[in-house]
Ligand binder design. Sequence first.
Ligand code: NAD
Ligand code: MG
Length: 386
Amino acid sequence: MRTVSIFGATGSVGMSTLDLIQREPDAYQVVALTANSDVTGLAEAAKATGAQIAVIGDPARYGALKAALAGSGVEAAAGEEALVDVAGSGADWTMASIVGCAGLRPTMAALKAGGTVALANKESLVSAGGLMMEAARASGATLLPVDSEHNAIFQCLAGGTLEDVARIILTASGGPFRTRSRAEMADITPQQAVAHPNWSMGAKISVDSATMMNKGLEFIEAAYLFPVGLDRIEILVHPQSVIHSMVEYRDRSTLAQLGSPDMRIPIAHALAWPRRIATPCQPLDLARIGRLDFEAPDPERFPALRLARQAAEAGGAVPAILNAANEVAVAAFLSGRVRFLDIAMIVEEVLNRYSAPAPHAIADVLAADAAARVMAGQVMERLTAC
Ligand code: NAD
Ligand code: MG
């Protein structure tokens, strides 16, 4: 029996993880499930899995959670400190699938506790990659990438060593607007932006895929997870999302990982590693797919790619600033306050106007994140005033 916790259990990745765990109830004992505000979803999942504790991020929902769990034997807790405490109390395996930098402190606590951390929450790694990798080294925690591209790279790296890598080729679907001109992107609505052609995901990452900031964040994520040097990480657009990424070794042998676009495949890999488990996912039918296409990314139409590369090259607090500005801009786009093309513009403006010293502790990252959010708010005020 393995003890597992899921941070962000009510989200897209969290529910896919629950789906896999519930298919093998005898193999896992659920310690903690968490959510931000969805009391009903959290309480139902906690009762169905017999979790020990359910934590709701929003403290105002504590009463509702307690009521929803009454008589179930599941303990209720609320607030960010409770999330951090529970993450640090050490399940054997923790899924970090909170969206955004909000996941940083719980993810760090899980890494410090030294178990296995399956990482979907890329924003935490983008913001504090150096500190997170150091925490994992210090505690002996195993960090397994769940993002499909990074999970693919991790699998391809079983075929060699980092020293022998010539290139990491990070594939990108190109998102729903891959073939659109900038002019055609001007009037994109949130509804159009969240409709990804291949993957079903949460709203924030879907918008990131549409701007290609997702690939920019993944570029930074790859740089921390697989330190081969930024010049050895390339982005390749592959619209079918069948090859999830590739590793080319210096002998020019290239390994790829393929699969249906279903997050349960990389999650199952992280759940069973170093073994494998059966999943209900579709087998890959290459004859039906027929062809695989590739094209170079276009940083002119998708400036987020350029901004993320700049942030990775600058290092220090700059990736955290990029991420925070992007989170604010995406939320504003989803609520109709700014337009699609404003997102990258806001991020660029914040990067130009604000810098912070390289972080030595999580508090430094959180301070840079907070200041970048304020700055992004000011940039948006100016934008909406004109
Ligand atoms: P989602 O929006 O569907 O779910 C997010 C989860 O985080 C929910 O359970 C929500 O309650 C919780 N949450 C949100 N804000 C919170 C806060 N302030 N405090 C505590 N909890 C909070 O998102 P998702 O699509 O499941 O993505 C989760 C993470 O995984 C993101 O970092 C995303 O980039 C990454 N990821 C997702 C996919 C995918 O297919 N969905 C693929 C690769 C990586
Ligand atoms: Mg991905």
